[in-house]
Design a binder for this molecule. Structure first.
Ligand SMILES: [Zn+2]
Length: 303
């Protein structure tokens, strides 16, 4: 791929909105133009394609720029390299569709697709919290658990497109069934809904995570136990990744990833227990780009 000069265009496809941004590679921290249109996924696949076309027209109009030769697109799910078809998307009408080919045809330029978690990892590794680090593991720890791996500024995708999907590794002694068909996945233990479920089972109270965190700060035993369990299970899950990848930096995005406890010396010590090493020096970083990471990462696919 040749380097694209001039502004970079990125689009982030979400379940409710499609967001587009144009950024200047010389000053990438701020979008030149940024617009969104509703996804309206219930209207089906062809409608989503037409919403993309609408967004690109609006961006072109707002910026006065002709559409570029390439546009980066972050999507839920992944494109299977061997078939070009999308899979594992929670926007179900996309699954089994040749989205990259259809978008390229619809938009009249080459659409370069990547998983949205991979786009966030790419943005944080090249522009954000982990800028300057060689191997970066970018985590999404929120309502789900995902991740992406970026090496030397490039996403590792893998022949199955599942690189960095640590959320469906098994945790020792855990048995909760997962929608992926297996049991005891990291996502079934460490994601926000799993933490709320665990707390409810202990306390009999159905509370959202921020309320549980507040209770823990007040010393509530069930809330404290819920967060201590998160620390231990997160450490086990991350330790497995560090033993394989030994990244230079880890960026922890998502709502659960925002919790202070993940960045404490106690959590680092808990990770170290799972390592084939007697120390754990890898920085655990908060994301720097917030909700811009997805669309900036998509634009960086064309850099
Ligand atoms: Zn699973």
């Amino acid at each position: 791929m040749t380097t694209q000069h001039g502004p970079l265009w990125g689009i982030d496809l979400g379940g409710t909105k499609i967001e587009g941004a144009i950024m200047d590679p010389a000053n990438p921290s701020q979008a030149l133009h940024r617009l969104r249109v509703p996804t309206e996924a219930s209207h089906g696949y062809e409608h989503i394609l037409s919403q993309f076309a609408l967004l690109v027209s609006k961006l072109s109009e707002a910026s006065g720029l002709p559409r570029p030769a390439r546009i980066g697109v972050g999507t839920p799910g992944v494109t299977v390299p061997s078939t070009g078809l999308l899979k594992n998307s929670n926007t179900l009408c996309l699954n089994g569709k040749p989205l990259a080919a259809d978008l390229s045809r619809t938009l009249g330029c080459e659409a370069i697709l990547a998983n949205d978690a991979n786009c966030c990892a790419l943005a944080e590794a090249t522009l954000g919290a982990a800028k300057g680090h060689k191997t970066v593991f970018g985590i999404i720890l929120g309502t789900g658990v995902g991740g992406g791996i970026v090496v030397n500024g490039e996403i590792l995708a893998g022949p199955h497109g599942i690189c960095g999907e640590w959320g469906h590794n098994h945790l020792l002694g855990e048995e909760d069934p997962c929608y992926c068909g297996r049991k005891g996945c990291v996502e079934m233990v460490c994601a926000g809904p799993a933490l709320e479920k665990y707390f409810a089972a202990r306390s009999g109270k159905a509370l959202r995570l921020p309320e549980i965190v507040k209770l823990a700060s007040e010393g509530d035993a069930d809330a404290v136990a819920t967060l201590e369990r998160l620390r231990e299970k997160f450490a086990e899950a991350l330790g497995a990744v560090v033993n394989i990848l030994d990244p230079d930096a880890v960026v922890i995005g998502g709502g659960v990833g925002n919790l202070d406890l993940l960045y404490t010396p106690e959590t680092r010590a808990a990770v170290q227990k799972h390592l084939f090493n007697d120390r754990f020096d890898t920085p655990l970083l908060r994301p720097a780009l917030g909700d811009s990471a997805g669309v900036f990462g998509a634009a960086m696919l064309t850099a």
